[in-house]
Ligand binder design. Structure first.
Ligand code: FUC
Length: 756
């Protein structure tokens, strides 16, 4: 933190930039050269729609290009997310050069960093007496990616730029533009039939040189003796999220050309200033301080810093995943700034891969280097997509949520037909794997829709956006209630249960799994509230209220556990990564230590039995559940388990492999530790661990439209500031203190630990 910097004034070993940015900089002292380990080394940039993984080589710069609509698939099959392909820049070494600091190998002056406060990627190194600098960012307002190559001596840049098409398209070089375009015809590895929709795609790379010359030949572009280069990149497809238009709009060529032409008339600095302002409007809303890290941690490149934290080098065997990742390894050293950095990085990643008008964050966010990516890099709805977005409300990034509701709204017509065909009922349901044309694969998990609708409902509770409620959340909630009205089965004792299905992704297929029972209870609860707020559909609301009262509720089994199934058959040795029977604790709200202490106790028994191991997302999930059970130290243990076992040196979290849900789930867990508002009461520091003795958080959000700043010292709240954005009444709780207040929109209210 900054105060740490002040303490260190005059200390000369580390650069002041790296100290100041301890919780905002990810850096390495070598390029990401091992192409098999992209996700462990390369750094992602993105503007919501367009993204890149950057390797930072000094012989060759490799930039993997992505755009979020480049998908194969159709209304039947999920398909998969595709990569656009690599952009390669081969640097020609000058004649005088004789080894020394060159090549893609380590050089002492080399530094590759991602500044997540500015959303700017920089590579610097010296070679043969020349100081080189390469900067990169993805601008949301200009809607292009921008690269600048500069040097402290003239004429230092010579080399060749090329694009690789990884589909069936053509690469062309013309004037100062390299392009590739074609139509997608690939199939995902497990798909049997041809797809009915073939998107057309195009990418363009525009090169603006300072000094020197450009020349195009054989589909490549060479640059010679240039003082510097500005490279502008854009890519897109003809995808449109409207079924009635056949999922297509016009070819992307003109849009791309227009954006590049417009950007090329502006200077790099001008584009950068606009980009940073746009990015920081979202990023700088929240500031987390969990304490100060020691000097030796701050001096290390990020991969070594993570190893220092975990007390070992990560031994990651690619084949080993699911529930077998080592736990309880804790020989590491404290680094609260790293815990902050990982929280901040989730916010960086979300702003970079999910902005208004874009597609939602998929399993890899936006970043994909493979045309047969793991699990199709798709929208998995039996936890992953939901987890991606749990933290956006609390972390003051609700703006990043609308891609989810827009995507869901666009694919529901396809799901409605598939649901009718499969089950003969109204409404819509999900299979676990989902694409952008509504096609799906793997098992039906008919609770998934209600789970997604919790995200949609939460978006409303944080923003109180009435238009969104009327046009998106409400119609989807209502139709899903109809699905359940048609699908619930009445048992002899009058109880209503879900039809046969699996509790994700293990165990037998049974009726009345806790997974669906809890989700349906929650769906009905949210629907009742939504229809009351809008004053709509009173008769249906009554019906839903009556259905809800007859649902088979949560049950406590013979070893004190919260049952996962309708019968008492849970295995205390089951360590499965999914925790679907604990959703009522988190992210739903039916079970809480204050309102339903017995059930919360049973949830604790179950969670203990599941253990502290698992995939990245599973550990992240456990942080949140322990936080909701108000056990801050245990939540913190899981947070450490996740950092110890499931983060690469570039701070992308893994399953394995890399899956962005774990990055986002980590941030969600941290938010739950600091504040909770799901029960209608804003609980301050409900799960503060001993390890975060003194700290603060500014700008996090509570449901009802409140922005909150918290300060604590020696484990106790010292001050809370609440800014009311919507003028709603508020209930504030800290320990045994409860304060009810009426608020005025725009006013800020300050209280001490006694809430006075
Ligand atoms: C769910 C999980 C898996 C994996 C996949 C993408 O099916 O059970 O662990 O995360 O999604």
């Amino acid at each position: 933190m900054i105060n740490y910097l002040i303490k260190l004034t005059g200390f000369v070993v580390f650069s002041s930039a790296s100290l100041m940015a301890a919780e905002n900089t990810i850096w390495a002292d070598r390029p990401a050269v091992d192409s098999n380990k992209d996700y462990e080394q390369s750094y992602p940039i993105g503007n919501g729609r367009l993204g890149a993984l950057i390797y930072g080589g000094t012989d060759q710069e490799q930039i993997i290009l992505n755009e979020d609509t480049l998908w194969i698939g159709d209304e039947e099959d999920t398909g998969s997310y595709q990569m656009f392909g690599p952009l390669l820049i081969d640097f020609q070494k000058s004649d005088q050069e004789s080894g020394g600091e060159g090549g893609n190998s380590v050089s002492k002056s080399y530094r590759r960093e991602l500044d997540i406060d500015q959303s700017l990627h920089t590579v610097t190194y010296s070679q043969n007496g020349v100081q080189y600098k390469r900067e990169a960012f993805a601008s949301n307002p200009a809607n292009v990616m921008v690269f600048r190559f500069s040097a402290d001596k003239g004429g230092a840049y010579s080399g060749v730029i090329s694009l690789k098409d990884t589909h069936q398209g053509k690469v062309k070089a013309n004037g100062n533009i390299l392009s590739m375009s074609g139509a997608l015809k690939n199939r995902y590895k497990s798909s049997k039939s041809d797809y009915k929709i073939n998107l057309q795609y195009e990418a363009q790379v525009m090169v603006v040189n300072q000094g020197g010359e450009l020349e195009t030949k054989d589909g490549k572009m060479s640059f010679k003796n240039c003082d510097g280069l500005m490279i502008l990149v854009d890519a897109g497809t003809d995808y449109l999220n409207q079924r009635e238009q056949g999922w297509k709009q016009e070819h992307p060529h003109q849009r791309i050309s227009d954006r590049l032409n417009k950007a090329s008339k502006r200077s790099f600095d001008d584009l950068l200033t606009e980009h940073v302002a746009d990015y920081q409007k979202l990023y700088q809303r929240v500031n987390l301080n969990l304490g100060d890290s020691p000097q030796d941690a701050l001096a290390l490149p990020t991969p070594s810093r993570v190893d220092r934290y975990r007390g070992r080098k990560l031994k990651h065997k690619p084949g080993v995943h699911y529930d077998k990742i080592a736990i309880g390894v804790d020989g590491g050293k404290s680094d609260p700034d790293l815990e902050e950095l990982i929280f901040n990085y989730a916010r960086y990643l979300m702003i970079s891969c999910s902005r208004e008008g874009c597609m939602p964050a998929n399993l890899q966010g936006l970043w994909n280097k493979d045309n047969n990516p793991p699990w199709r890099s798709d929208y998995h709805t039996d936890i992953n997509l939901q987890m991606n977005y749990w933290f956006v409300g609390p972390a003051n990034l609700s703006d990043c949520f609308t891609p989810v509701s827009e995507w869901l709204y666009s694919v529901v017509p396809v799901k409605r037909e598939a649901t009718k065909k499969a089950f003969g009922v109204r409404g819509w349901a999900h299979r676990a794997e989902n694409g952008i044309f509504g096609g799906a694969s793997f098992k039906w998990y008919i609770g998934d829709g209600a789970w997604l609708m919790q995200n949609l409902w939460d978006h409303y509770t944080f923003t109180l956006d009435q238009e969104y409620l009327e046009t998106r959340a409400y119609p989807l909630l209502k139709e899903l209630c109809e699905f359940w009205e048609d699908s619930l089965i009445e048992r002899k004792d009058g109880k209503l249960v879900s039809p046969k299905g699996q509790s994700p992704e293990h165990g037998p297929e049974r009726e009345g799994n806790s997974y669906e029972q809890q989700l349906v209870y929650n769906l009905f609860t949210n629907y009742i509230e939504a229809s009351s707020i809008l004053g709509r559909d009173e008769a249906f609301r009554k019906k839903v209220t009556s259905l809800r009262s007859r649902l088979l509720g949560p049950q406590i089994g013979k070893w004190g556990q919260l049952q996962e199934w309708d019968e008492d058959m849970d295995d205390p040795n089951n360590k499965h990564r999914h925790l679907s029977h604990l959703l009522a604790v988190y992210p739903l709200k039916q079970i809480s230590p204050t309102k339903t202490p017995k059930l919360a106790g049973a949830a604790k028994v179950s969670l203990n039995a599941r253990g502290d191991g698992g995939t990245g997302w599973s550990k992240a999930f456990k942080i949140g559940v322990w936080a909701r059970l108000h056990d801050g130290n245990r939540a913190y243990k899981l947070l450490k388990e996740q950092i110890n076992g499931n983060f690469y040196g570039n701070l992308l979290s893994f399953h394995a492999p890399f899956q962005i849900d774990a990055n986002f789930g980590y941030a969600a867990g941290v938010c739950e530790m600091l504040m909770q508002s799901q029960t209608g009461v804003v609980q301050l520091l409900p799960a503060l661990p001993n390890a975060w003795k003194t700290g603060s958080v500014k700008g996090i959000k509570a449901r009802g439209g409140f922005e909150v700043d918290l300060d604590w010292k020696d484990g106790k709240l010292t001050e809370v500031k609440v800014t009311s954005l919507k003028g709603q009444p508020m209930k504030l709780q800290y320990g045994d203190q409860l304060k009810e207040l009426k608020t005025v929109a725009g006013e800020t209210y300050t209280f001490n630990a006694s809430l006075k």
